[in-house]
Design a protein around this ligand. Structure first.
Ligand SMILES: Nc1ncnc2c1ncn2[C@@H]1O[C@H](COP(=O)(O)OP(=O)(O)OP(=O)(O)O)[C@@H](O)[C@H]1O
Length: 383
């Protein structure tokens, strides 16, 4: 099931889930609709929110059984996301990815098990407050159509009682961060933006209160492949500087490989088939299920993760010395693309100052993947 189009603010204000006080809170099963919402934020939430550069999330034996369903949607799920990690949930439709993720900000309440953020039991916190401090981005974006872009981004900071000036500064900063000029975009309405631009605003809005945790449910799924790739690249740059702890749900294994620090490959009821780095999963799938999920082209996918300098480079004399070169910051996949496109046997690898440091060929790329290819053992000269 895909997420609803509720924004963090909307889900906070329209949710019928109850609030509860810390430590003495009832279990999820006994929380009642209509419990009062504390006016002042819970101190535990303030402490979580203070840690803006990423929090540790622990899910411990979490199960979710929906009413009248014969089997659990999520069964006995345990996982730890370290501070600043970008964890990808990948699995087929209906396997429980979204349910698992939505239990972290309590849009969905677990049936049993515990979830903590930086050691604080999420299930004992006020869910409305909690959601204001967890960024949430979804495929359907969920921008409020009757609000300008600036007003959309301002929703959560307003709820948190920020001053007008602080909110204005934050809007400018965030729009600039997601590469939308505030002067051009702040006063437009969502329908006056392209899908990709709206998605950027969705990310900006989720970041508004500088949350330590972001939950992202197929955020780029509705965009065309070119926009999607651009949004992914921007998002990676952003995450490099922000270092949030992110749980990111996707159907797309290639997206998981491209973005994730670690990937959880899930099967029915959110059973973890493998939880590891993209490189390790591609190199050693844990079982047939994971291998079939990776699909064809595992070798090519692995090349996208390996820098060209991991190959034993040949002497520069092996390459044509022509104008087409490969940078030492490129991946082996980039090098392979260039070799295929030029039809050359080898290409020169250059450093940042464009000085030749060696050459790369298809054989040398294959050797990195463990293929038994005889390549001369001349080491590249490196400055
Ligand atoms: N509110 C609900 N009531 C009953 N069953 C539900 C509800 N929400 C989800 N389910 C069921 O729980 C299972 C997991 O759903 P979930 O949306 O978490 O899967 P998913 O992996 O995110 O799927 P998709 O990739 O298609 O979004 C599915 O079998 C789904 O039909």
């Amino acid at each position: 099931m895909r997420s609803t189009s509720r924004s963090p603010a909307l889900s906070a204000s329209s949710s019928s889930r109850s609030s509860s006080t810390r430590s003495s809170s009832p279990s999820p099963a006994t929380r009642r609709q209509g419990d009062s919402v504390p006016k002042t934020p819970d101190t535990a939430i303030i402490q979580i929110a203070r840690n803006t550069s990423g929090a540790r999330i622990v899910l411990d034996h979490v199960t979710k059984s929906y009413a009248n369903q014969p089997v659990a949607a999520v069964e006995d799920f345990s996982m730890t996301a370290e501070p600043g990690e970008l964890i990808m949930f990948v699995g087929p439709s209906g396997c429980g990815k979204t349910t698992t993720m939505k239990m972290i900000n309590r849009i969905i309440e677990p049936t049993s098990g515990s979830i903590s953020i930086d050691g604080r039991d999420v299930l004992s916190l006020n869910p409305h407050e909690l959601r204001r401090h967890i960024g949430y981005v979804i495929q359907q974006i969920g921008l409020f159509p009757h609000m300008t872009i600036a007003e959309n981004i301002a929703v959560v900071p307003k709820l948190l009682g920020w001053s007008k000036n602080a909110i204005g500064d934050r809007i400018d900063e965030l729009l600039t961060t997601v590469e939308l000029n505030p002067r051009d975009f702040a006063h437009r309405y969502p329908k006056q933006l392209s899908g990709g631009q709206q998605q950027r605003v969705g990310v900006a809005r989720a970041l508004a209160a500088d949350p330590p945790v972001m939950l992202m449910d197929e955020p780029f799924g509705a965009t065309d492949p070119i926009t999607r790739e651009k949004l992914q690249a921007e998002f990676l740059r952003l995450q490099d500087s922000l270092g949030k702890t992110i749980i990111f749900v996707t159907h797309d294994f290639d997206e998981a490989v491209r973005l994730g620090d670690r990937i959880a490959v899930l099967s029915d009821r959110s059973q973890i088939e493998q939880f590891d780095t993209p490189a390790n999963i591609l190199a050693s799938p844990a079982n047939d299920y994971v291998a079939s999920f990776i699909g064809h082209g595992a070798a090519i996918k692995r090349l996208t993760l390996i820098p060209v300098t991991d190959a034993v480079l040949g002497p520069v004399s092996e390459s044509s010395g022509g104008p087409i070169t490969v940078c030492d910051t490129d991946t082996l996949r980039d090098a392979l693309d260039s070799l295929v496109l030029t039809g050359l046997a080898a290409l020169t690898v250059v450093d940042e100052a464009r000085r030749p440091i060696g050459s790369i060929s298809v054989d040398r790329i294959s050797a990195v993947l463990g293929a038994d290819v005889a390549t001369p053992t001349v080491q590249a000269s490196r400055p």
